[in-house]
Every structure is written in structure tokens, then in C-alpha cells.
Design a protein around this ligand. Structure first.
Ligand code: HEM
Ligand code: HEM
Length: 139
């Protein structure tokens, strides 16, 4: 734990939520990878790639940021969590639907794209204003 922080501050709670969601996405992404490798069916390659990268990798990085550095606005961190996980879930529904040729796959993936883009824009704001973080240990 970073000196001066406690595990009960709201921002650290959002960080933990990100970290926990990330490992769940990681388990799903790896399982899909093993299925693809074992079956030699790579139809869902893009689904696997985005669950691992938009899910496991990105969410874990977001979680580390909030858990270690904190932010001035817990409300923004919560909105960020909603957009990031919402985007991931929409990708996990939309991308396989596109691969299977379902007509509603593309609109769902477009929604996923914008949720993911907005979540990153929000995170950019959080990172750029991190110097004013509520957590005094952030320096
Ligand atoms: C249990 C572990 C994993 C297995 C068995 C696995 C399996 C696979 C398979 C079979 C493919 C398809 C390759 C192709 O069609 O050419 C693939 C693609 C891919 N995997 Fe994994 N994977 C694993 C873990 C990961 C992890 C941890 C990440 C990222 C953090 C990842 C990222 C990717 C990406 C980005 C692609 C697409 C690569 C491309 O299109 O060139 N994989 N994986
Ligand atoms: C707004 C969000 C995003 C959109 C709209 C998007 C869209 C796409 C599209 C259209 C492809 C090509 C798929 C194909 O060839 O069938 C692709 C591939 C890929 N994207 Fe994304 N992406 C997004 C976010 C990300 C992020 C955040 C990462 C990494 C952190 C990422 C990593 C990759 C990788 C590694 C591939 C190659 C995987 C493959 O060949 O299947 N993407 N993405």
C-alpha cells in the first residue's frame, strides 16, 4: 500500500472494481484463446483480441492508476468505470455477432466503440488533472 492511503477511500474502491473486472475479462479472453487454439477455429480472433486488450490489459491499467494515484473526483472515476466496462460488454456482444453475420452486430460494435472512446477521453482528463488528486500521497 502507498503511504498515506487507506483501502477504504472511494477512489481505491473504484480501482479495486476495475482490477476485479479486469481479471474476470482476462479469464474469459484466455479461455476463448484456448478454445480457438484447440478447435483451430479462429472466427472469434477479434473478440479474443479485444476482450484481452480492452478488457484485461486496459481495465487493469485503469485500476492500477486509481488504486495507486487516486483522483480528485470519485464521481468521474465511477462514470469512467461505467463507460469502460459498458464498452467492453458491448464489444463482447457486438464483435461475435459481426463474425456470425448477425445484422445487429455492427450497431452494437459502434456503440461499444463510442463508449470505449469516451471512457478513454474521460481517463485522459483524469490523468491530466492528476496533480490535483484528492489523495495527498499522489504528490
Ligand atoms: C491462454 C492464452 C492464449 C491463447 C491460447 C491464445 C490463443 C490465440 C489464438 C489461437 C489466436 C488466433 C491467431 C490467428 O488467428 O492468427 C490469438 C490471437 C490473438 N491473441 Fe491470443 N491467446 C492467448 C492469450 C492472449 C493474451 C493474454 C492476449 C493479450 C493480452 C492475446 C492477444 C491476442 C491478439 C491481439 C490476437 C490477434 C493477433 C492477430 O490478429 O495477429 N492473447 N490468440
Ligand atoms: C474504439 C475502440 C476500438 C475499435 C472501434 C476497434 C476496432 C478494431 C477493428 C475494426 C479491428 C480489425 C478487425 C478485423 O480485422 O477483423 C481491430 C483490430 C485490433 N484491435 Fe481494435 N478497436 C478498438 C480498440 C482497441 C484497443 C483499445 C486495443 C488495444 C488496447 C485494440 C487492439 C486491436 C488489435 C490487437 C487488433 C488486431 C486483432 C485481430 O487481428 O483480430 N483495439 N480493432
Amino acid at each position: 500500500m502507498i503511504a498515506g492511503t487507506t483501502s477504504t477511500t472511494p477512489t481505491r474502491a473504484v480501482g479495486r472494481l476495475f482490477l476485479r473486472t479486469a481479471v474476470v475479462a482476462g479469464l474469459a479472453g484466455l479461455s476463448l484463446g484456448i478454445f480457438m487454439g484447440a478447435s483451430h477455429d479462429h472466427t472469434f480472433r477479434t473478440v479474443h483480441a479485444h476482450i484481452n486488450l480492452v478488457g484485461w490489459v486496459s481495465l487493469f491499467l485503469f485500476g492500477l492508476f486509481y488504486a495507486l494515484l487516486g483522483t480528485a473526483s470519485t464521481r468521474l472515476a465511477k462514470i469512467h468505470y461505467g463507460l469502460a466496462t459498458g464498452g467492453l460488454i458491448l464489444f463482447a456482444v457486438g464483435l461475435p455477432s459481426i463474425a456470425l453475420g448477425l445484422p445487429w452486430g455492427e450497431p452494437v460494435a459502434i456503440l461499444a466503440s463510442f463508449a470505449t472512446l469516451f471512457s478513454m477521453a474521460l481517463f485522459a482528463y483524469v490523468v491530466f488533472t492528476a496533480g490535483e488528486a484528492a489523495n495527498p500521497a499522489a504528490g
